[in-house]
Design a protein around this ligand. Structure first.
Ligand SMILES: [Zn+2]
Length: 331
């Protein structure tokens, strides 16, 4: 895809450019979702998540036991690994609580199903599919964390043979009722066939995973040789994240536990047997940046453009967009 077409297509699903950040956050219910975080998990004495609800972990990339503290948000301690630079939450919620949360959660599903979100996501998924297409040798697709199934529906309509993995009970039930093949266990318990899929997609999933190594090893096993893995994660080096720090919506330790940049994600993927073929950033969050630079509430302000030099072209050229897209193939 020529660079100009890439940029135009990316801009078309960049909500703060298309409809404005305030309108997008209100009309998708993101403002209400942000307000509904799990506050009763926090011990009022320490300001941290209650001790019996958490487990400790080491750096998921290099297994280093230390991390340099950065900040606490919603009771979760965020730190940076002194060895590999990964930013991660430690301790994290217990696995059983996390699973329970993903199986029954309702507020984020509401966001995903809202009209403006569906409109943006549909264009984003079509873009991802077109970026992946030149590298594909077959049509078997597995979407991990399929959510309401927008991506598998789009892929099916484009001739792909899809499987959705979704832990959320109601989402999985609906997809299944609509005739989709659905897996409802975590991937490492699902026992999917070896060398089977041509494409596996992780649309904003890897940042939720406490042990990404285990997940990526399993994806490597079920992909065909030369099979493609598409990953979209929050970009911790994004301009918006560097400006907002803990105020960034990216941080929230009840669900996001690992925060990647090009180097940390690249290292993780190369160590699990993948070769990178594409990397770029999506979504500028220019509206959020303008709000913050104007002393307005970053996600709900209506500030005009502050710095004309900040353009979508510049942001994506420097790979400082809000989301990092990587396409890798199995070695
Ligand atoms: Zn590390």
């Amino acid at each position: 895809m020529p660079p100009e077409e890439r940029l135009n297509r990316k801009n078309a699903f960049d909500a703060s450019l298309v409809m404005g950040v305030e309108h997008f956050n209100r009309s998708t219910g993101r403002d209400r979702h942000r307000a509904s975080l799990l506050k009763d998990l926090v011990d009022p004495q320490t300001g941290l998540i209650k001790k019996d609800l958490v487990r400790h972990r080491t750096c998921p990339i290099c297994r280093d036991n230390n991390s340099n503290p950065l900040f606490v948000k919603d009771g979760f301690e965020h730190g940076r690994c002194p060895q590999c630079g990964l930013i991660y939450v430690n301790p994290v919620l217990r696995d059983d609580l996390v699973l329970e949360h993903y199986q029954d959660e309702a507020s984020w599903v509401e966001v995903l199903e809202s009209g403006p979100q569906v409109e943006m996501d549909r264009l984003k998924y079509a873009y991802g599919l077109d970026i992946a297409r030149p590298y594909l040798h077959g049509t078997k697709v597995l979407d991990l964390g399929a959510g309401t199934g927008l991506f598998v529906r789009l892929a099916s309509a484009n001739g792909f043979e899809t499987t959705a993995l979704e832990l959320h009970k109601e989402n999985a039930r609906r997809l299944s009722a609509d005739g989709f093949r659905v897996v409802t266990q975590p991937l490492d318990q699902a026992n999917l066939p070896e060398d089977h899929f041509d494409l596996v997609t992780l649309w904003e999933v890897l940042e939720h995973i406490v042990d990404p190594n285990i997940l990526l090893n399993e994806i490597h096993r079920i992909l065909k040789p030369k099979g493609v893995l598409l990953i979209l994660v929050p970009n911790v080096e994004a301009l918006v994240t560097r400006i907002l720090h803990e105020k960034s919506g990216t941080f929230g330790g009840h669900s996001h536990v690992s925060f990647f940049n090009r180097r940390t994600l690249g290292r993780l993927l190369s160590e699990t047997g993948f070769t990178m073929v594409e990397q770029e950033t999506l979504i500028t969050e220019l509206g959020t940046i303008n709000n913050y630079l104007s002393f307005e509430e970053p996600y709900l302000g209506r500030a005009p453009t502050v710095l004309d030099v900040l353009t979508p072209e510049l942001i994506h050229e420097k790979l400082i967009g809000s989301k990092l897209l990587m396409l890798v193939t199995k070695n």
